[in-house]
Design a protein. Sequence first.
Length: 115
Amino acid sequence: MKDTRLGEFEEIILLLVGILEERAYAFQIAEEFESQTGKSVSIGATHSTLDRLCKKGFLTSKLGKPTAVRGGRRKRIYTISASGERALIASRDLRTSLWNQFPAFSKFSPNLYAL
């Protein structure tokens, strides 16, 4: 059985793939991670997480067109799969439920993180 849970880093990477759309390739994802979080990430950690998310069935990938800038090499572009979208929704719903049950925050807003 595939593990359908997401770790925090995996969740962020999946969200970034969705944000970047057709620009969702490893180097751009790593740069966007650093921009959004203020934390550095190695390209190796990014690649291994992308591979793991593909194995879990949360991402698909295809090779883009070769570019002169990359010496004719092609980028691997990632896309969130339907099961990846379900995993993100489940993760969001769990976090929302937990935040809403946390007394210190729930007294201010019963749906603090509801979309």
